[in-house]
Design a protein. Structure first.
Length: 156
């Protein structure tokens, strides 16, 4: 399973192609992932790149939580899986991001690629600070979330 870490800026050419960061490409290839799936994020104005295996796991998990005979569940699943693009890298390590996706995320000429463990988020470089918390708020949130843990229950 790939583990994407880091925050890397990349350029988008006039045709909408991005030279995917080498560190992320290497991680995909070392995990024997050749294809990726692109989708607009559900919560944020960014795009999410899923290795195909991770996408399939997400899709299976969502399907397992939804009832096929419930109309609202069907709408949720339909919306989640319908507006995606399967992609492969060209020989130069680029992917072509369709214009509608660039517009959805407000991405123009440069993009911020943020490793999120098993996925990669693509943000407009001009709004790349918006997904992050201010330092003091981040430390306070971590303390609130993990501060009550006993040392033996913390995995590190």
């Amino acid at each position: 399973m790939p583990r994407f870490l880091g925050n890397i800026e990349a350029k988008i050419d006039a045709k909408g192609r991005i030279f995917f960061p080498v560190a992320f490409r290497k991680e995909l290839l070392s995990s024997d992932e050749r294809r990726i799936v692109l989708r607009k994020d559900v919560f944020q104005p960014c795009l999410v790149v899923y290795p195909e295996r991770v996408w399939n796991d997400q899709m299976d998990y969502l399907r397992s939580r939804l009832n096929r005979w419930n109309a609202q569940h069907q709408q949720i699943f339909r919306q989640f899986v319908s507006d995606v693009e399967r992609m492969e890298f060209d020989s130069n390590g680029r992917i072509l991001i369709p214009r509608r996706y660039l517009q959805m995320a407000g991405i123009d000429t440069s993009v911020r690629c943020i490793g999120m463990g098993d996925t990669i988020e693509l943000w407009s470089a001009s709004t790349a600070d918006s997904p992050f918390m201010e330092g003091a708020a981040f430390s306070a949130a971590l303390e609130e979330l993990l501060g009550e843990e006993t040392p033996s229950s913390i995995p590190f």
